[in-house]
Ligand binder design. Structure first.
Ligand code: ADP
Ligand code: MG
Length: 345
């Protein structure tokens, strides 16, 4: 790091010695562009009913709070656009009107629905944003779930292939009246990607943006990796959760879906927020899925998809996708790694 006081003294001497003024000015200009000091800046906020975390290395600490605030504002913008709970969101407009007439959601939301549809096709419908017809019948806080009759009715409305996407007109239409969408399985990852893009556009090279179980890492931690813990799903109640695995990482996105995030116990049965579109029940077989990939939109959608697919089909999907890896923890608390992560024999 350059010593600023030395430079100031040099400027003074130049002036005192009668050196040409321009040399002094050049040094003053140099001083103005040199960083005062660089530091890691950390901030937290709440949006999308979860904790948002931002951390980045900045050479302009004075500008850091406003930059973090811009990231949080982006989360709130996306929430206002895509929340299924807010009657004023564009997603709610789709849910209200798309069975009667094609709705134009705007390019951004149209593109995200297209990405969700791609993950539905990849996972053979394990990920399906029309799961919402059943999803709204659950209330985890109130320990409420649908009875058989209600479930049967709602299951008929789950089918991502019945969302008609017109790529020319960029409109969305429902082919089944009563259908509804929820982006809870992918929107947080999307917001993480957008938040990181804001930091990148401001010249940041080392950063972490997280929203609940979704995270994206830009660069490393100045020559060291970021260190991320995959939580032990059954240690969550203990107050300080323990890590099942520690991962050194850089330049990657990571999403975890678990049965411990939102749930209640009905006897021995764990009723939680990841729903099998086939049965309308909480997906069973795994305790958590952590997916690594190039961007958080993809890892968020895939972690939910793989959780629903279960151990064998889930691992098979990860292993045939380029640039995607995963760590699965099964019902017996055993760890499973995709081929890209598996330790050598
Ligand atoms: P979290 O929201 O805890 O980060 P996930 O990324 O796994 O966890 O997303 C779970 C959310 O995904 C649920 O709260 C719900 O909104 C949505 N979801 C549940 N089941 C499905 C499914 N089969 N397909 C698509 N989205 C789903
Ligand atoms: Mg997800």
């Amino acid at each position: 790091m350059l010593n600023c006081s030395l430079l100031v003294r040099a400027v003074q001497q130049n002036v005192e010695n009668g050196a040409p003024l321009w040399r002094g000015l050049a040094l003053v200009t140099l001083l103005a562009v040199l960083p005062a000091h660089a530091e890691w800046y950390n901030a937290e906020s709440t949006a999308m009913t979860t904790r948002i975390g931002v951390e980045f290395w900045t050479e302009m600490p004075d500008a850091a709070p406003a930059l973090a605030e811009a990231v949080f504002a982006e989360f709130r913008r996306i929430e206002a656009l895509m929340s299924s709970y807010r009657p004023t969101s564009v997603l709610s407009k789709i849910n209200r009107d798309a069975a009667n007439a094609a709705v134009s959601p705007g390019d951004e939301l149209f593109a995200l629905i297209q990405q969700a549809q791609a993950i539905s096709r990849l996972s053979d419908g394990a990920f399906d944003i029309t799961f919402s017809s059943v999803g709204v019948l659950y209330d985890y806080r109130e320990h409420r779930r649908p009875d058989e009759q209600a479930l049967k009715q709602a299951l008929r409305l789950i089918d991502y292939r019945k969302i008609e996407m017109d790529s020319d007109k960029r409109t969305v239409r429902f082919l089944l009246p009563g259908m509804r969408l929820d982006l809870g399985g992918i929107a947080k990852g999307y917001a993480v990607d957008r938040g990181l893009a804001i930091l990148q556009a401001a010249g940041i090279l080392h950063a972490r943006v997280s929203a609940g179980g979704d995270m994206r890492l830009l660069g490393d931690r100045l020559g060291k990796p970021w260190v991320l813990g995959v939580k032990d799903p059954r240690s969550m109640k203990a107050g300080t959760p323990e890590n099942a695995v520690i991962l050194p990482l850089a330049d990657t996105a990571v999403s975890t879906s678990g049965d411990y995030e939102r749930f209640y116990m009905d006897g021995d049965e764990r009723v939680h927020h990841i729903v099998s579109p086939k049965t309308g029940q909480s997906a069973s077989g795994l305790q958590s899925v952590t997916v690594l990939g190039p961007d958080a939109t993809t890892t968020d959608g895939l972690s939910t998809a793989i959780f629903v697919l279960g151990l064998e089909k889930g691992l098979a999907l990860v292993n045939r996708l380029n640039g995607i890896d995963a760590i699965l923890i099964d019902q017996n608390h055993r760890l499973h790694y995709s081929t890209g992560l598996a330790p050598p024999n």
